[in-house]
Design a protein around this ligand. Sequence first.
Ligand code: HEC
Length: 134
Amino acid sequence: MKHRLLAIPLLLAGLNLSLSALADEFNADDLKRWQAGFMSTVKSGEKLFHGGINNPNTMSCDQCHPNAANTHPETYPKFQQQLGKVAVLGEMINWCIRNPLKGKPLALDSDDMAALQAYITWERRGVALAPGKH
Ligand code: HEC
């Protein structure tokens, strides 16, 4: 009995050790690198948004959404009539790629989709989240 009771704190100590090995550890250099990576993704998204998407017609996102500000990323997920369901931002981006641009939708986990979302969201940084809002 005594042995079993002793085993509990030992087990907890072991768990704690293995969890701390998984904790996020980073330094100022890591932060700099990650921020630079993020900004380079924003730049790629900006290019895609301003004519960089390979689509059959000559339409580009900025013709209807001049600087991405009227794309309201802060309101997602929300019900979108065009899709008939609660949609995430990427699904609405794909709606525009399929319809006005007549292009092929992007995989939701593709680098180009991440770049478009990074740019669109960066343009609206600081705006309060308002999921579901119309
Ligand atoms: C010909 C005009 C046109 C072009 C070009 C266009 N869109 Fe749209 N976009 C629309 C319309 C219309 C809507 C629907 C507005 C609504 O119902 O909220 C929309 C909605 C959106 C929304 C959601 C806006 C909201 O308020 O919920 C996003 C995000 C978006 N577009 C991104 C893009 C991206 C990215 C591209 C380029 C790949 C693009 N659009 C190209 C017309 C366009």
